[in-house]
Write a protein that binds this ligand. Sequence first.
Ligand code: GCW
Length: 687
Amino acid sequence: MAALALGLATAGRAAADDGYRLWLRYGHPAPAGAVAVRGASPMLDAAAAELRRGLPAVAGPVLLASAADPSIAALNLPVSRLGEEGYLVRRGRVDGREVTLVTGNTDRGVLYGAFALLRHLDTGGSADAIDLSSAPKVKLRILDHWDNLDGVVERGYAGRSLWDWWTLPDFKDPRYTDYARANASLGINGTVLNNVNARAESLTAPYIAKAAALADIFRPYGIKVYLSARFSAPIELGGLKTADPRDAAVAAWWRAKADEIYRAIPDFGGFLVKANSEGQPGPRDYNASHADGANMLAAAVKPHGGIVMWRAFVYADTDPDDRAKQAYTEFKPLDGKFADNVIVQVKNGAIDFQPREPFHPLFGAMPKTPLVMEFQVTKEYLGFATHLAYLGPLFTEVLDAKTGRGSETVADVVDGTAEHHRLTGMAGVANIGDDRDWTGGTFNQANWYAFGRLAWDPDLHADAIAREWARATFGASPGVVDPVVAMMMISREAVVDYTGPLGLAHLMATGHHYGPGPWVSDLKRPEWNPVYYHRADRQGIGFDRTRTGSNAVAQYAPAVAKLYANPRTTPESELLWFHHLPWDYRLKSGETLWDGLVHRYDRGVATVAEMRATWQGLKPFVDPERWDKTATFLAIQEREARWWRDASLSYWQSVNGLPLPAGSAAPAHDLSWYKAQTPAFAPGNPK
Ligand code: GCW
């Protein structure tokens, strides 16, 4: 009787789940003998081990084998299109035996094929008609960890660093292997271990040994290790007087350092560099160019096959020009000047990972230079780990944007279709920490997942990825999957609505990037103040980036520049990014700009309430642990969406003196109350 009651209880509510398994929530291990492997290598072993963990019995016997194996070669399969990383998974007869064959031109292809097979079966694919084949469109699919050596992650999202630098290289936490499995399941093939705000110590012998231990763990999963390099390391570690990239001793120091790293990590990927940005040292300190700096480092890693990812995220307080223009101004003239193992890493938008930004004008403007797309998977400006915001639509909106050069899209630039560069890449600033569920909340896992899937194929659709993830994460019942996908697909726009609708951006409070502060005007660098970005006054609001203003629109190709030059042809979602408009400007709906703005704030709050209600309805289907945490987080999000809305509206009203449209509730407090909210240690406060 007790057993029966227990059984019913379990059936009534999904079994306990702490989120640790991510989307790899296999039901049962494969039956004994179900998985056979031809050949031996750590990567094939990893592939077989994964299938043994979770292959459903319906899949029948599976054979993992390289396409070069004589029995496989004899089948004349279409493997040439798979390249070095693609896979083919197919039912067929091999040596007289009916099997599900997982193959590729390399062991890595086989590894990705094993994960593809699991994904196929786990997300409702039929076991009878298995015929899967895919090759990644982007070559470097990389996570950037903004993790400091003291265990703190830049601005504190998703817990503390996953890397326990102190106990490395001796203690190899099993989590490191699970991290590698999760990444390999998506095809992520590189990881930058340390923060771009780098410390020179990460390049010392003890830290190289620690990085080498991680590289050893990740290697069977096809993941290369990279390090962020501090440009002034030759001074700090080498005792040199300069870090000038044109100085022979500096170049020699970096060559010796690269040699040392490659002795410990033979397949080391290379360096990521943030130079002359937000206080970081760089070649501009010596009147050398970013290309001089990048090429000097590139020469050091070149003999070993390494690369340099050089970030274009630069802006200076000494430059009075619109911050949105500065990266283009600095980098566009350098097109064609970078060594062939340098790749320039460009954030998706021209300012800084805002909930919405138009695509960065450098995409399409540097045809001679391979550009890595840098997305932020962690939600620095979208409520960190607490708020639910599925970033698939943000990523695809940027990738699908037309650059204005014929029918070219940003994705075409990133995946190399446009210029056929040898190197192509997509980088995601990781949201992974030491939380049990890795990302500080179940839905944040979806952003890691979506980044990985899009890095493999930038043409995938955000809703299809959401569906795949939801099935793998919560199970196959349409009663769960459909509502979860619906919530996810409206979630990012909700954050845009309650934090900065109609193209507003960078409105957060001082010291943290979590709550509202559109009134802030007292920071020493002009472009750190929200008032710099919204420019609201009694007459109107928005940043004029047309010819009458900063003319940032001219950085886009003419076809796009023309659209953005005119408020009528600018998408309303980006309106105030490009235009300063009167409060009574008429939106396409016929309402005034002010009324439309207020309605969007209202809509943002209402959408969060709707997401909450949907989640309430899912209680019977989701395990208590994951359900409760998400329910609580949604309650926090609704409260904070109101905070954003009310604080913002009371400030805008203090500027324009306009009444709220009928039906919109007055803010709960007056402006001074919102200004007084300075939560200590709010996420995003580095101090
Ligand atoms: O968005 C800003 C962040 C900084 C970050 C910087 C960057 C790593 O607030 O914390 O520093 O971008 O991307 O370099």
